[in-house]
Design a protein around this ligand. Structure first.
Ligand code: NAD
Length: 410
């Protein structure tokens, strides 16, 4: 199943509950604009390389479109389309005044030097600068991109359009970024884990946790949850799964990963095959790496009772049904990882106000926004007797439907 079919499946379940007419479903499933551009850049040895870059703008009925930019060898138009679609529902479920978009370049960033990444990024902006902007589409970091790419993008875009840091979020803090943006997605995952646990009557210290992916989201989720008393018994990255049944020393493994650019060689835990992280005997599983990792082939081996989807699209539809049948609680991606886009919204607001918020204010507003959304989704799920994902999609789709209705389209 392609990524966009999976997103469509979840949308359709909500659309059925809302009894949306066919024409509105079609409108809501069709991107407003899909752009593919040639990205040509010079390698350090003087040779020239070419790859494809994408920007998909899905829906702007609730505001300018917003979504990350991914550098990964598996990026393709279908994946970007699915992720753009998810962004529309994500911004709607946390009630930000945004629509959804996503972008990506089919490239392995680990094979590039810093200078090569800069030339690649600037070439991509040359291809898409006309379709992004602070009032139309505001990119942000995603897998394989960081504050550095965001800084180059702002600089390159401003060469065409003049000063306006609100064109992009996830910028360096000293350059119009916001304190707390980098930690926001992981912090949100941790905060929502605590809230979900309360609802099922468990305490954090009883909740053995495994995290797949130890990049931006995985490390910040681990830090927050460690402080909240969760025993983190396994974390994984591209190099393998690192397991310590009595609980990992989280500050130590985070320091190691930052110092070594990943977990490879970490000695204070047992090294297991990479995908074992998904099927360990734990209470809580946090996929925080790639999409499609929980599928028909492994879902019956998943032992966790709760899954918090930090990654985008980690659960394939067939597996989602099995998880529901097995009584597993799944907090869906559009809510679970919405901390990042929420902090991005605060950054955009500050850029437009030319005013800086304190870290405390960012954290407070973030916690408030996510807690509110969580309560609404949980209530929707209880009152309709449906799973959390369908509840989240219903809230989101209904908000987008209302926006179309108010401008006279439905
Ligand atoms: P990142 O590039 O910082 O880290 C990705 C991590 O996943 C790395 O540790 C990498 O080694 C690991 N990984 C890659 N392939 C793997 C595999 N097959 N098995 C195990 N680990 C693997 O990315 P990130 O920013 O932390 O994003 C992670 C996920 O969260 C993505 O799905 C992204 O779309 C989603 N997300 C990120 C943000 C954000 O603010 N960064 C916001 C919302 C959603």
């Amino acid at each position: 199943m392609r990524a966009s079919e999976a997103t469509e499946y979840y949308f359709t379940k909500a659309a059925d509950e809302l009894e949306l007419p066919e024409w509105l479903r079609k409108l809501m499933l069709t991107s407003k604009r899909e752009v593919a551009v040639q990205v040509v850049y010079e390698r350090d040895d003087g040779s020239v390389d070419t790859c494809l870059g994408y920007r998909v703008q899905h829906d702007n009925s609730r505001g300018p479109m917003k979504g990350g930019l991914r550098y990964h060898p598996q990026v393709d138009l279908d994946e970007v389309r699915a992720l753009a679609n998810l962004m529309t529902w994500k911004t709607a479920v946390v009630n930000l005044p945004y629509g959804g978009a996503k972008g990506g370049i089919t490239v392995d960033p680990r094979s590039l030097s810093l200078k090569e990444k800069e030339r690649l990024t600037r070439s991509f902006v040359d291809g898409i600068h006309d379709v992004i902007g602070p009032d139309s589409d505001i990119p942000a970091p995603d897998m394989g991109t960081t504050y550095r790419e965001m800084s180059w993008i702002r600089n390159q875009w401003e060469k065409y359009h003049g000063f306006n840091p609100a064109v992009i979020t996830g910028k360096p803090v000293e350059e119009y970024g916001v304190k707390g943006r980098e930690e926001a997605t992981g912090r949100g995952v941790g905060l929502l884990a605590v809230k979900a646990l309360k609802r099922v009557g468990m305490r954090p210290k009883e909740c053995r946790t495994a995290i797949q992916g130890f990049g931006n989201v995985g490390t910040h989720a681990a830090k927050y949850m460690h402080e909240a008393d969760f025993p983190i018994v396994a974390v994984s990255d591209i190099s393998g799964c690192y397991f310590r049944p009595e609980g990992l020393d989280v500050p130590d493994i985070v320091r190691y990963s930052l110092a070594h650019g990943g977990l490879e060689g970490y000695q204070k835990a047992e090294l297991l095959p990479r995908d074992d992280v998904l099927t360990l005997d734990v209470d809580l599983l946090i996929p925080a790496a790639l999409g499609g990792v929980i599928h028909e082939g492994n879902v019956n081996d998943v032992k966790a009772k709760i899954i918090i989807e930090a990654a985008n699209g980690p659960t394939m539809p067939a597996a989602d049904q099995t998880l529901a049948d097995n009584g597993v609680i799944v907090l869906p991606d559009i809510l679970a990882n919405a901390g990042g886009v929420t902090a991005s919204y605060f950054e955009w607001v500050q850029n437009r106000q030319h005013y800086r918020w304190s870290l405390d204010r960012v954290r407070q507003e973030l916690d408030h926004t996510l807690s509110d959304a969580f309560e609404q989704v949980w209530q929707e799920s209880v009152s309709r007797k449906i799973d959390l994902r369908t509840a989240a999609f219903i809230l989101a789709v209904a908000r987008v439907q209302r926006a179309h209705e108010l401008v006279g389209l439905s």
